[in-house]
Design a protein around this ligand. Structure first.
Ligand code: 13P
Length: 341
C-alpha cells in the first residue's frame, strides 16, 4: 500500500486558495524560440538567470503555489549560489518537474500524429528529482484538430501512456499533473474544440481508471475549448460554457483541481476566460485555476529583454500577471485591473 499522506499534502498545497501554478519547463528548442523572438540569446546562463529571476520574485508566493521546471533548471543555482529547487521551496513555492521527453511520430497514423515518450526509466529518474525537492510532475500529450484528427488510434495510444506515467508517479509518492493538450492550430470553432476535449478526456480518465490512478491525488491540466488560431476568438462566456460542458461530462468530481494551460491565448484572454469559468452558472466540483507558461511569462520576458538591469521590472511584471490570474481563479478579475501595476 502506498503511503498517500505526502501526496495529500502536496495536493492541498497545489490547490491553496487564491493560488495557481507557473509552467517554466520549456524544452530547449521551445525556450530558444521564445527568447530569440525577443532578441535574447538562449545561452545556458541566460536561461539560468531568467528562471532564477522568476523563482526569487518577491511576493509571488502569494499567488503561485508551485513552479514546474525543466530538468536543466533542477541542476542550476540562483545568483546567490542557492540551488534553484531549494530557493523555490524556501520561498514557499513547491517545485515540480516535467518528466516527459517530448513527442515523436506515432507509427501507423495516416495523419502524422504524435505520441509522447519518456516512460522508460521514469521511476528511477523520479527518485533523483524527489531528492532534489520536487513533489509533483508533469507530462504533456498533444492532439491536433483537423480532418480525421485526432484519430481513435492517437487518442487511445496517448491516453495509455499518460495513465502509465501517472501511475508510476503516484507509486513513488509524487502528484502527477496530467496534461492532454488539444492544440489551438486550425480554423475550428469552440463547439469542435469542446467535442474533441470531451472524447480525449473520456479516453484519458478511462485509462487512468484502468491503471488504478487515484483521482483525488492528481491534477488535470487541459486546454480550454477555444476557437482555432485562424478564426476570431469567442467571448469568455462562450469559452467558459463549452469548456465546462466538456469537463462536467468527463472529469470525476474526485479530481481536486483543474489548472488550465494557456495554449497560445494572449495573457489577458487567458485571464478573462479563467475568470468567466469561475463565474459560470452550474456545478463546478473542482478548483479551477491556472498552470500557464506563455500567458504569464510573455510580459516578463518582454520586460527583461535579456538585460540584467531589467530584473526588477521583469519581476514586477511577473507578480502583476500572477495577481490577475489569482483574481480570475476566484472570479474577481476585471479588465481594468490590467492597468494597475
Ligand atoms: P502554455 O500556457 O504556454 O500553453 O504552456 C503550458 C504548458 O505547460 C505546456 O506544456
Amino acid at each position: 500500500m502506498t503511503d498517500t499522506s505526502v501526496m495529500e499534502d502536496t495536493v492541498r498545497w497545489l490547490t491553496a486558495p487564491g493560488k495557481g501554478l507557473l509552467a517554466a519547463d520549456e524544452s530547449q528548442p521551445t525556450i530558444e524560440k521564445r527568447l530569440n523572438a525577443r532578441g535574447i540569446e538562449c545561452t545556458e546562463d541566460n536561461r539560468r538567470f531568467y528562471r532564477s529571476l522568476l523563482v526569487t520574485t518577491p511576493g509571488v508566493a502569494d499567488y503561485i503555489a508551485g513552479i514546474i521546471f525543466h530538468d536543466e533548471t533542477m541542476h542550476q543555482s540562483t545568483d546567490d549560489g542557492e540551488p534553484i529547487p531549494e530557493a523555490c521551496s524556501a520561498r514557499g513555492i513547491v517545485p515540480g518537474i516535467k518528466v516527459d521527453r517530448g513527442t515523436t511520430e506515432l507509427p501507423g497514423s495516416p495523419f502524422d500524429e504524435k505520441i509522447t515518450q519518456g516512460l522508460d526509466g521514469l521511476a528511477d529518474r523520479l527518485v533523483g528529482y524527489r531528492q532534489q525537492g520536487a513533489r509533483f510532475t508533469k507530462w504533456r500529450n498533444v492532439y491536433e484538430i483537423g480532418r480525421g484528427t485526432p484519430s481513435a488510434q492517437a487518442i487511445e495510444a496517448n491516453a495509455e501512456v499518460l495513465a502509465r506515467y501517472a501511475a508510476i508517479v503516484q507509486s513513488v509518492g509524487m502528484v502527477p499533473i496530467v496534461e492532454p493538450e488539444v492544440l489551438k492550430d486550425g480554423d475550428h470553432g469552440v463547439e469542435r474544440a469542446c467535442e474533441v476535449n470531451e472524447v480525449v478526456l473520456l479516453a484519458v480518465f478511462n485509462a487512468l481508471y484502468r491503471h488504478k490512478v487515484i483521482p483525488e491525488l492528481m491534477v488535470l491540466k487541459p486546454s480550454m475549448a477555444v476557437a482555432g488560431k485562424q478564426i476570431a476568438a469567442a467571448t469568455p462566456e462562450t469559452v467558459a460554457a463549452y469548456t465546462l460542458r466538456s469537463l462536467r461530462r468527463t472529469v470525476p468530481a474526485a479530481v481536486p483541481a483543474i489548472h488550465f494551460l494557456s495554449g497560445g491565448q494572449t495573457p489577458s484572454e487567458a485571464t478573462a476566460n479563467l475568470n468567466a469559468m469561475n463565474n459560470a452558472p452550474g456545478p463546478r466540483p473542482w478548483t479551477i485555476g491556472f498552470s500557464y507558461s506563455r500567458a504569464i511569462q510573455d510580459p516578463v520576458q518582454e520586460a527583461w529583454g535579456g538585460h540584467t538591469q531589467n530584473r526588477e521590472i521583469a519581476q514586477q511584471a511577473f507578480v502583476h500577471r500572477a495577481r490577475l490570474n489569482s483574481a480570475a481563479r476566484d472570479g474577481r478579475y476585471s479588465p481594468d485591473m490590467e492597468e494597475t501595476a
